[in-house]
Design a protein around this ligand. Structure first.
Ligand SMILES: [Fe+2]
Length: 383
């Protein structure tokens, strides 16, 4: 706080905050009044458009830790916490416990992956927060010691969010099928991909519960798409720019469905940080970008796909029965080595929830004091 007075303007006011004077628009301030939120439903009960004129302050002062505003032509006084104004003045957005920086990882990540037993995830809030935090920061984690009953996977997912359906239904089984609807359901190698980009809202968080794996080969492959995208930015910024600025088509077609959607190969947030990638050569449609643009887009695209085959990014591990790998389907790119189909059984059951549900569950736990940050640092962390 400074001693300078609050300055009212035609449209807002300049408030002397501890971080310096900051301008706030009158409509924004009226909407930020805590009385606008119903304490029971926690929903907004004030509608700025219901006022005859746009709100305007008659007077404003600072009282303790609050900005007190008398509104012109309205029998209402707002008391807005200065901490809220400080947050918006410095961050431009509200505090969000789920807004955790991504921790990029590379080929040697397997020993450092967060591994937590299912029972503790289900019954202990701090353990559940550790799992959710790892999924936000690393984009991948493993739940071990899964119960082997029919409802085991659903119980785990529901501890995070509702199961979101895909064209395959609520669950899908990854094993060799006689008439497969997807290359995943064969014994062949599966190139690095994210799931179902042909769906308008491609699945957010994927669960792969290993029920059985006794075959020769078939190791699981994972990489951090955000790490590869950042490496592309460093090594070829123009290629990165092309992949981060054009949407390309994907599909998923069979007898009874014909999904089509456009996705951006490199996804970024409004601050320009990489949030994830979308890649799937087996579900990619014929590109519909202008032919001249393809002269530069294709080389960039091919370069990115080849980078995803580089050993420096690829983490390999063998899925074992009783483990469930959980990963952000918009960030973590996955695949599989081929395996010998008649050498044993390989059966994974999968399903999805969305990324919004993941962050929602984490915020609720963090607001209860469970941040998942108390976990000891993994001892085998790469340098
Ligand atoms: Fe997949």
């Amino acid at each position: 706080m400074t001693d300078s007075p609050i300055e009212l303007t035609e449209t807002g006011m300049i408030v002397p905050l501890a971080t310096g004077p900051a301008y706030f628009n009158f409509c924004w301030l009226r909407d930020a009044c805590p009385s606008c939120i119903d304490p029971q439903t926690r929903e907004r009960i004030f509608d700025v458009s219901a006022l005859h004129d746009l709100p305007r302050a008659a007077a404003a002062r600072i009282d303790g830790g609050e900005l007190v505003v008398d509104w012109l032509g309205e029998d209402h006084v707002s008391r807005i916490p200065l901490s809220l104004l400080d947050t918006f003045a410095t961050r431009g957005k509200p505090e969000d416990p789920a807004d955790l920086p991504r921790r990029l990882w590379y080929a040697d990540h397997a020993p450092a992956m967060t591994r937590l037993p299912q029972e503790a995830v289900l019954n202990d809030s701090e353990t559940r927060a550790r799992l959710l935090r790892a999924l936000i920061e690393d984009g991948i984690a493993i739940v071990t010691d899964m119960a082997d009953d029919e409802g085991s996977l659903a119980r785990l997912v529901n501890a995070i969010g509702p199961i979101t359906p895909s064209a395959e239904g609520l669950f899908f089984d990854v094993r060799v099928e006689i008439a497969p609807t997807n290359l995943a359901f064969t014994a062949g190698p599966l190139e690095m991909h994210t799931d179902l980009p042909g769906e308008e809202a491609a699945p957010g968080v994927q669960f792969l519960h290993c029920l059985e794996n006794t075959v020769e080969g078939g190791r699981s492959l994972f990489l951090d798409g955000a790490a590869v995208a950042n490496a592309l930015y460093d090594e070829d910024p123009e290629a990165y720019r092309l992949l981060a600025s054009h949407d390309i088509p994907f599909f998923y077609r069979h007898e009874t469905w014909d999904y089509r959607a456009h996705q951006r190969v490199i996804e970024t947030d409004p601050e320009g940080r990489v949030t994830g990638v979308t890649i799937s050569q087996h579900l990619q449609d014929i590109l519909d970008l202008p032919q001249e643009l393809l002269d530069t887009y294709y080389p960039a695209f091919v370069k990115f796909i080849r980078m995803m085959q580089e050993e420096r990014f690829l983490m390999r591990f063998r899925s074992t029965a009783g483990q469930c790998v959980i990963f952000d389907n918009h960030r973590i790119v996955h695949g599989r080595e081929g395996y010998v189909a008649d050498s044993g059984m390989r059966h994974l059951r999968g399903c999805y929830t969305d990324r919004g549900a993941l962050r929602s569950a984490y915020r609720v736990l963090a607001q209860q004091g469970h941040t998942g940050a108390s976990a000891p640092e993994p001892t085998l962390k790469s340098a």
